[in-house]
Design a protein around this ligand. Structure first.
Ligand SMILES: O=C(O)c1cc(=O)[nH]c(=O)n1[C@@H]1O[C@H](COP(=O)(O)O)[C@@H](O)[C@H]1O
Length: 235
């Protein structure tokens, strides 16, 4: 079951996967009063650095800084110390025990989300890198590491959200990307997709959406549709 204490306007995290700060600003402006939570990923961070992150935070938006850190614990801890200075709500770290523990310790002000298995991967992709276990077992193993390391939550596909809830209860928030509204036929590079409704029903607390909004003919209409679907899916 998803967490009940999160306002509806914060459950949709818009992925600002755009090449410039100007474009990002224009999205945020056009969604003022509708979307309150934004994800800054590698592309935009490399364009706008922390000054754009600070601008978003100062304007009252919540920021998910998605840099998917993966390095030795000391290096991740030093990077996390920088992130800890900027008022971001969530940031991502790949799920390995010592790395997660180092990240949590170094950034007490940031909600650390452990990346389980990317939504662009399927069982075949895992096999190709020598992982013999089932995709779901790997997601559960990584989510369990996240819980033990004191992470705030995990990034996981809506396909495995239910299994995470079944195994770990509601100790972690679940942030779900790879979301495609039923009307959207374009999955892009995503292999494990769910609708907003399926994500919530399976236990996701937040959904992350990029291209279905950014490439929509009517982006505002798409956001409203997703919000409405979220609202209907919450009890
Ligand atoms: O950490 C993430 O946010 C993430 C994890 C994951 O497993 N899959 C995934 O798609 N994402 C991010 O979620 C967003 C999804 O974008 P769209 O596929 O365009 O909706 C992108 O910014 C990805 O970087």
């Amino acid at each position: 079951m998803y967490r009940k204490d999160i306002p509806l306007e914060e459950r949709l995290i818009l992925a600002l996967d755009v090449p410039s700060v100007d474009e990002a600003r224009s999205w945020v402006r056009s969604l003022d009063g509708i979307v309150r939570f934004y994800k800054v990923g590698l592309q935009l961070f490399l364009a706008g650095h922390f000054s754009f992150v600070d601008e978003l935070v100062e304007s009252g938006k919540k920021v998910f800084l998605d840099l998917k850190l993966f390095d030795i614990p000391n290096t991740v801890a030093k990077a996390m110390e920088q992130i800890n200075l900027h008022g971001v709500t969530f940031t991502t770290v790949h799920a390995e025990s010592a790395i997660l523990k180092a990240a949590v310790e170094a950034a007490p002000k940031v909600g650390i989300l452990a990346v389980t298995v990317l939504t662009s991967m399927d069982q075949e992709d895992l096999k190709a890198i020598g992982a013999g276990a089932s995709l779901e077992d790997i997601v559960i193993a990584r989510a369990s590491l996240a819980a033990r390391a004191g992470c705030f939550g995990v990034v996981a596909s809506g396909k495995e959200a239910h299994a995470i809830r079944r195994t770990l209860g509601d100790s972690l928030v679940i942030v779900t990307p790879g979301v495609r509204p039923a009307s959207s036929s374009d999955r892009g590079d995503q292999k494990r997709v769910v609708t907003p409704e399926e994500a919530v029903k399976n236990g996701a607390d937040y959904i992350v959406v990029g291209r279905p909004v950014l490439r929509a003919r009517d982006p505002l209409g798409m956001v409203e549709k997703i919000m409405e679907e979220l609202k209907q899916s919450l009890d």
